[in-house]
Design a protein around this ligand. Sequence first.
Ligand SMILES: C[S@@+](CC[C@H](N)C(=O)[O-])C[C@H]1O[C@@H](n2cnc3c(N)ncnc32)[C@H](O)[C@@H]1O
Length: 331
Amino acid sequence: MNAPQQGEHGHVPVMADRMFALLEPALTRLAADGSGAVLVDGTLGAGGHTEYFLDRLAGLHVVGIDRDTSAIEIASSRLARFGDRVEFHHHRYDEIADVVATTGRPSVDGVLLDLGVSSMQLDRADRGFAYSIDAPLDMRMNPDDELTAADVLNTYDHGALARVLSEYGEERFAGKIASAVLRERSKEPFTTSGRLVELLYATIPAATRRSGGHPAKRTFQALRIEVNHELDSLRGVIPASLDVLAVGGRLAVMSYQSLEDRIVKRDFAAAVANTTPAGLPVDLPGTAPAFTLITRGAEQANAAEREANPRSAPVRIRAIERIAADGKGRQ
Ligand SMILES: C[S@@+](CC[C@H](N)C(=O)[O-])C[C@H]1O[C@@H](n2cnc3c(N)ncnc32)[C@H](O)[C@@H]1O
């Protein structure tokens, strides 16, 4: 095994060793060095995970997908030394079937999804993802998309805004915040994050801050999910990824908040369910599931990993393997 290389962008991928251990059996079925195997990295980001895998499996081919053009640019330069062992696709990950079809392959051996926002996106002030920096309220992962966080704040009615904050931010004070936003925007539309953060400080009772973290955290998460339709995209990508897996192929997903992990957990449970009606003494033909779970429950980072890389603290990892060509398990 080669020494880990960090690349010029210095982004350290979260729990790369664990993700490698979960996917390696699927990628080395044909050859120990991964020759002939294809991994789809659906959340290429700065290319940290892909680099880790390409360094360790000399024959592996990676199909990289990201909806963010700057991520594609950064990953292309970081991974240039791997030549045509890696390809780059500016797409949403739920378009995985179309992307795989363009490569001319009927199926792939592994799919990796490292969900959410990248540290590069958080660090770039002008993207507006970070509540700690006063910046334009943008939050689009794909700068070609229309809707920005400012549009959500300035145009949604009270009910729609409160629903976004409550559902996607799990924010207790969603109604109160929505009222305050409507009141403030009637004076002047929202353009930068600083004014929103001030409003949140003024609206969320100070007494709840001790347990609830930074008062802007949940609202920023909610706006980001709404702007990027993140949960719709996630709901699409799990079944689509299961469909493109070869027998023996694996899908491994890293979620960073409970809304994401709930979707992954539910879809995986459906995929491994036997669909014989309850009460029958034997399984009916064709009802055996085509998938099996690789992780028991959701795996979390241990103390050493959290210390080495604080971004790993909220992560929940789940992995699943296709064990048969067809089945009635997936809904
Ligand atoms: C946490 S970062 C991935 C970091 C990467 N694993 C690395 O090691 O550098 C998540 C990436 O997924 C991308 N992303 C989020 N939702 C996406 C979607 N629906 N389709 C495609 N890419 C998406 C983001 O633009 C971001 O670059």
